[in-house]
Design a protein around this ligand. Structure first.
Ligand SMILES: Nc1ncnc2c1ncn2[C@@H]1O[C@H](COP(=O)(O)OP(=O)(O)OP(=O)(O)O)[C@@H](O)[C@H]1O
Length: 263
């Protein structure tokens, strides 16, 4: 991969605070992400997943190492990016379409130009009939769908997702996973998807980055070659079983799970 074509992370580390209060959140890590790739980052609570996302997006400065996003060294917040967080955070006084267009307003872009894109995305996430509804009229899954549309409306090449389905019930989560894969197959954005769920990581990603407990390090990177689309049946695929077992084994060895829970 050339440095200009994706995300290049070389010896990147993060220490929060100083002196006795210093916390090493991320040991030096190396990772390359190709354009159009779907990469999931899975690891236990506190291993530095969100920190890695904040470093890539330039929301916090790194302590060491080299980090480039689409060829540019990250020294300030990266603007050409979409971010979806665990909590959708919609503006209650704006309807769904207006919430999606908020991204355009914030960036000082031309609303009229992006209106068709906003409508197309609402359709893609199954909200075309809810464009004029207010957030309180939506379910949790629908709110998160709206925030995914908002994250993509300015057509960023890179979508960062920080545990986006973490607050949803299991059935909604499964549907969102299937819908996100379809959307990604249509748009081929570069996606970095953070999750606690081993299943979700393996079902969604081209590669799964497995992180160790704090201070966060990359334990291994697994290529997942289960054919797409990966519907409900993908869980029966031997490659799914092998990958989830291998990740579970790593977490067991690192003390993330106690042995009593392993069957
Ligand atoms: N602003 C901060 N100041 C000081 N320490 C921080 C800060 N943000 C995170 N940390 C510490 O860095 C470590 C990694 O945190 P981070 O939020 O990146 O982990 P995570 O893997 O995303 O966790 P979770 O899955 O629970 O969200 C933790 O020990 C956390 O306490």
């Amino acid at each position: 991969m050339t440095a200009s074509s994706g995300i290049s992370i070389r010896g990147v580390s993060k220490v929060y605070g100083q002196g006795e209060r210093a916390t090493t959140a991320l040991a030096p890590i190396d990772l390359d992400i190709e354009p159009g790739e779907f990469v999931a980052i899975v690891g236990p609570s506190g291993c530095g997943k969100s920190t890695l996302l904040r470093l890539i997006t330039g929301l916090v400065p790194r302590t060491g190492g080299e980090l480039t996003v689409f060829g540019k060294s990250v020294t300030a917040p990266v603007t050409d990016i979409g971010i979806v967080f665990q909590q959708p955070i919609l503006l209650e006084w704006r309807n769904v379409l207006e919430n999606v267009l908020f991204q355009i307003d914030m960036r000082g872009l031309d609303r009229a130009r992006y209106l068709p894109k906003a409508m197309e995305l609402l359709k893609a996430v199954g909200l075309e009939d809810f464009a004029d509804r207010r957030p309180y009229e939506l379910s949790g899954g629908m709110r998160q769908r709206a925030s995914i549309a908002r994250g993509l409306v300015h057509e960023p090449p890179l979508l960062m997702m920080d545990e986006p389905f973490g607050a949803l019930d299991a059935l909604t989560r499964e549907q969102m996973r299937i819908d996100l894969e379809r959307l990604w197959m249509e748009t081929r954005k570069t996606v970095v998807f953070i999750t606690h769920s081993i299943d979700e990581a393996v079902l969604l990603a081209d590669r799964v980055v497995v992180m160790s407990p704090r201070p966060g390090r990359i334990e291994t990177i697994m290529t997942i070659d289960i054919p797409r689309p990966r519907g409900l049946g993908a869980r029966k695929d031997p490659r799914f079983v092998a990958a989830t077992d291998a990740i579970t084994e790593i977490f067991l060895e690192r003390g993330v799970f106690s042995a009593g829970g392993h069957g």
